[in-house]
Design a protein around this ligand. Structure first.
Ligand SMILES: Nc1nc2c(ncn2[C@@H]2O[C@H](COP(=O)(O)O)[C@@H](O)[C@H]2O)c(=O)[nH]1
Ligand SMILES: [Mn+2]
Length: 271
């Protein structure tokens, strides 16, 4: 929280206090913190034998800080870069403009802040339980990176619903609150811009699930799958998500699977 970047723009100065208050929280929507069982496959090349381990998986973002930064610079971009109404949300800022530079700085700060929130959650839970972590796998999603393009040129890669999967890079691709997630190692597939999906992804909107599924059906399913859910609502039921094994099969050129994570105790905000 003592990053000098917080003093670089009036907006970041203004957001610092709220960011301090929200540090270590994970927010609402489909953000979760869960304990589960990790099965590392033999030959995982992580330096650990294949077998069962306890895992702690968290998914959340940069809270009010990131949301306010995104809204502010999206408004600026939409005023500056005039596009037809149906594609207005794709408005951009010139990276060589003051607003573009400020946005880049602020977005990266929000990414670091999201990581700090996860670090706090993991630190507090493991400290409280008296456990030491032997391996942390962390990756950003819904973020942009400055990378080298296929011809060595500098490009900005936006990964929305996607996560980095450069050759050898570790990642975690969750399924749903009751299905497997997968620990993966990127294959560095250039045609996918060194990326993979960062989750199963939704197949049903929140309102659609609420109309066709009930809390008691969810509870029955979770008890069959031996998952304890604290908070959460039907809109986040596993039925709302695509089949993770089909998703993994369709991206086998992008990542190797080296282990799996089965959720057992899931904490979400109230549904
Ligand atoms: N292990 C869990 N995975 C979940 C849960 N709810 C959703 N998901 C998966 O995570 C990604 C996150 O996607 P995002 O686009 O919203 O960032 C999603 O695609 C699902 O596959 C859960 O409770 N536990
Ligand atoms: Mn997300």
């Amino acid at each position: 929280m003592d990053s000098p970047v917080f003093s670089e723009t009036p907006l970041l100065k203004q957001l610092h206090g709220k960011a301090v208050q929200q540090l270590g929280t994970s927010g609402s929507g489909n953000h979760f913190v869960e304990f589960g069982s990790v099965r590392l496959y033999e030959g995982n090349e992580l330096g650990y034998p294949g077998g069962e381990y306890l895992g702690l998986l968290s998914h959340s973002g940069s809270r009010g800080l990131g949301a306010t930064v995104a809204r502010h610079y999206t408004d600026l971009a939409q005023k500056d870069c005039l596009l037809p109404k149906h594609v207005q949300h794709l408005a951009w800022l010139d990276m060589n403009s003051d607003a573009g530079r400020e946005y880049w700085l602020s977005m990266n700060l929000a990414g670091d802040y999201a990581k700090a929130c996860h670090d706090q959650i993991h630190y507090h839970l493991s400290h409280y339980l008296g456990l030491d972590s032997i391996l942390t796998v962390e990756n950003h999603h819904n973020f942009a990176w400055r990378e080298k393009g296929p011809n060595g040129e500098e490009v900005i890669v936006h990964r929305k619903g996607a996560t980095p999967a450069a050759k050898g890079e570790l990642g975690i691709i969750p399924g749903s609150m009751a299905t497997n997630g997968y620990i993966v190692r990127g294959k560095g597939e250039a045609s996918s811009l060194n990326s993979a999906s960062h989750g199963a992804g939704r197949k049903m909107s929140r309102s659609k699930v609420k109309n066709c599924y009930t809390k008691s059906a969810l509870n029955k399913y979770l008890s069959q799958e031996r998952v304890t859910l604290i908070g959460g609502g039907v809109d986040e039921a596993p039925i709302a998500y695509k089949n993770i094994d089909e998703v993994m099969a369709s991206q086998k050129e992008l990542v190797d699977i080296i282990g799996e994570f089965k959720p057992m105790m899931v904490r979400m905000d109230k549904g």
